[in-house]
Ligand binder design. Sequence first.
Ligand SMILES: C[S@@+](CC[C@H](N)C(=O)[O-])C[C@H]1O[C@@H](n2cnc3c(N)ncnc32)[C@H](O)[C@@H]1O
Length: 256
Amino acid sequence: MRRTVHAKPSAPGTRRPVRAWLGLALLCLGAASAAAQQVAPPGIPADRFPKPLRPVASIISNQWSSEDTRERVGEAGRVMQLLGIQPGMAVADIGAGSGYYTVRLSQRVGPAGRVFAEDIMPDYLAGLRRRVAAKGLGNVTVALGEAHDPRLPPASVDVALLVHMYHEIDQPFGLLANLLPALRPGGRVAILDADRATSQHGTPPALLECELRAVGYRQVAFHPLEGGAVYLAVFTPPTQPPAPASIVPCRDQGSR
Ligand SMILES: C[S@@+](CC[C@H](N)C(=O)[O-])C[C@H]1O[C@@H](n2cnc3c(N)ncnc32)[C@H](O)[C@@H]1O
């Protein structure tokens, strides 16, 4: 037998709190749907890896510079051309920020490809998720990572692209090691950074090469950009992941 339950009329003064709670619940729901998610299980814990022996720059912005400025010099187009990014490829934009590369990679790899837009800042990812939804980019997965672990699915990525963010990675050895299982056979890691001290939001190329070599990566290409102020370095991964305890951090003579 169905029972009809009649709601009690609200006593004067109780209506507003109920509305406030309802508003709060809706707000939370909105925030939850915009919240970034981890798309893969955790890798090796952070405390197993050594820390870098040089300054790590603070996270201060979700973009390197304005998209107009970057488009004027055709930055993303040039980088995608140098890396041979093709329709159907899967690319991870690690440290995606506001998504300058995410949007352009999405267009380049097309419906048969995939872009993992990964970052560690939930606020940045919430904004990026809204941007991706507004543009209807169905081939983009927005993913929350950790400073030592990009948390990407196994064998999901042809190219991992790290743009103007390497110097901000608190745990570069952990991130590079935990990235390995996500790389497909033939996968590459491409790092774009300014040629200056890590404390000045760049990475000297020799330091970068040393830190990647410490995890077993091999540099296979180096492209000076913007008259040498910036560079794109490309690496292939080791066949065997290194034991975290065997990683020896590099000394950087140039960083202050
Ligand atoms: C200067 S912004 C660059 C954003 C974008 N790649 C660009 O070129 O405009 C650096 C980004 O790297 C992110 N980041 C810093 N450390 C990170 C880490 N360990 N893993 C993933 N992202 C990180 C920051 O949250 C920030 O969004």
